[in-house]
Design a protein around this ligand. Structure first.
Ligand code: NAD
Length: 334
C-alpha cells in the first residue's frame, strides 16, 4: 500500500513535489488543499485526484473523516506552517512540512507537541538528507577518511526577484535569505561535521533597505563553533547568484560540493577523487524514504523529524540575536 499524500499549497515547489511523486515507488498523490479553484481543477485532471479529496484552507480540518489520505505535505509560505501542521495533526494525519519548518523555535516546538499528542509523524522536507553524494561524504567522514573535521564553509544564496513576493514579507516568511536559503548552510554544517553547534556569531549587511525591509535579512555572514573544536563560516544572501557551495576540511582530507544543495545533479570531489553517485530526483527519493520512515519505522542516516527542524530554528533564532546584539550567542541544542 502506498503512502497516500495530499499536497497543501500548489505553488512552484508543490508542483515540483507532485511531479516527483509520480516517480516514486511507495507514495501516491491523492489529494490537494488549495485556495485557488482553477489550480484544483487542473490538478484533478492531471493527476486523477477525486473531488472528495480536494479541500481549501477553510475546510481542510474535515480531512479527519477521509480514510483515503494518510499524510498532508505542507508547502505554503513559512509563516503559515505552524497553524497548518497543527491542524493536520488534529485531523489525525501525518504531517510533512517544508523547510523552514516554522519562523522560530517556539513555533516549531508547538508543532512537535501537536504531532506527538495526535500520535502522527512530523517530517521536514530536508531532501538533501537522502541525496547520494551527500550521504557518501557523510559516510567518508564517519569512516575517518578526512581525519578530524575542523572546518566547514557553506555558501548559500541567489538573487531574489519580484519585491512583492511573500518571501520578502516578514509575516509570511519570518525573515529573508536566512530562513529560505541560509538554512541549507546551517543544516549542511551540522550533517557534514556530524555535530551541533554550541555558539554562533553573525554580521548582517543590508545594501538595499527598500527591497529588504525591517526583519528581512539580505546578507548575513555567520560563524558556528562545535563541541569538538571545529568551526563553520557561512554566508546567506538574497543578493548574489552562484553561491551553492560546501567545503569540509579535516586533518587528513577534504570534500567540496558545488552545487551542494540545488536540485541537482550535486557535483563535487574529495581528496580521494570525484563524487560520482548518479543523480536521482531528490524529492522522489525523499518521498520514498519518508514512506519507509512512516510504514517501516526506518531511521534515516540524517534525521528529518521535527526535532531536527527545531535545531535549525534554534540556530536561526541565535543568529538573529547575534546580529542584533553583536555578541556571541551560546546554544544548547541537545
Ligand atoms: P510559492 O509562492 O511558489 O507557493 C506557495 C503556495 O502557497 C502558492 O500556491 C500560494 O497560493 C499558497 N498560499 C497559501 N496561502 C498563501 C498566502 N497567505 N500567501 C501567499 N501564498 C499562499 O512558494 P514555494 O517556492 O512553493 O515555497 C513554499 C514552501 O516550500 C516554502 O516554505 C519554501 O521554503 C519551501 N521550499 C522548499 C524547497 C526545497 O528544496 N525543499 C524549495 C522551494 C521552496
Amino acid at each position: 500500500k502506498p503512502l497516500r499524500v495530499a499536497i497543501m499549497g500548489l505553488g512552484s515547489y508543490g508542483t515540483r513535489v507532485a511531479e516527483a511523486i509520480q516517480e516514486t515507488k511507495r507514495t501516491k498523490l491523492v489529494g490537494v488543499i488549495s485556495g485557488t479553484p482553477s489550480k484544483v481543477e487542473a490538478w484533478k485532471t492531471k493527476y486523477g485526484i477525486p473531488a472528495k479529496n480536494c479541500y481549501n484552507y477553510e475546510n481542510f480540518d474535515a480531512i479527519k473523516d477521509n480514510p483515503d489520505i494518510d499524510a498532508v505535505y505542507v508547502i505554503t509560505p513559512n509563516g503559515l506552517h505552524k497553524d497548518q501542521v497543527i491542524r493536520v495533526a488534529k485531523a489525525g494525519k501525518h504531517a510533512i512540512c517544508e523547510k523552514p519548518m516554522a519562523v522560530n523555535a517556539a513555533d516549531g516546538q508547538a508543532m512537535i507537541d501537536a504531532c506527538k499528542a495526535a500520535g502522527v509523524h512530523l517530517l521536514i522536507g530536508y531532501r538533501m538528507h537522502f541525496e547520494a553524494n551527500t550521504l557518501e561524504v557523510i559516510k567518508m567522514r564517519k569512516a575517518g577518511e578526512f581525519g578530524t573535521p575542523l572546518f566547514f564553509q557553506g555558501l548559500s544564496g541567489f538573487i531574489i526577484g519580484d519585491p512583492s513576493q511573500w518571501r520578502l514579507q516578514k509575516s509570511l516568511s519570518g525573515g529573508g535569505a536566512m530562513m529560505d536559503i541560509g538554512i541549507y548552510s546551517i543544516n549542511g554544517a551540522r550533517y557534514m561535521l556530524g555535530e551541533d553547534p554550541i555558539w554562533v556569531t553573525a554580521q548582517e549587511t543590508k545594501n538595499n533597505p527598500e527591497k529588504f525591509k525591517e526583519g528581512i535579512d539580505e546578507t548575513i555572514q555567520f560563524q558556528m563553533g562545535f563541541p569538538s573544536g571545529a568551526v563553520a563560516s557561512c554566508l546567506s544572501t538574497y543578493s548574489m547568484n552562484n553561491l551553492d557551495r560546501f567545503f569540509l576540511n579535516g586533518t587528513k582530507g577534504w570534500a567540496e560540493m558545488q552545487p551542494s544543495t540545488g536540485y541537482g545533479p550535486i557535483k563535487g570531489k574529495t581528496n580521494q577523487g570525484p563524487l560520482d553517485k548518479p543523480h536521482t530526483t531528490h524529492q522522489a527519493v525523499q518521498m520514498d524514504e519518508m514512506a519507509a520512515i512512516i510504514f517501516d519505522g526506518k531511521k534515516p542516516e540524517v534525521p528529518v523529524n521535527g526535532e531536527e527542524g527545531v535545531k535549525d530554528m534554534k540556530i536561526i533564532d541565535a543568529i538573529f540575536k547575534a546580529v542584533k546584539t553583536g555578541e556571541k550567542v551560546t546554544l544548547k541544542l541537545a
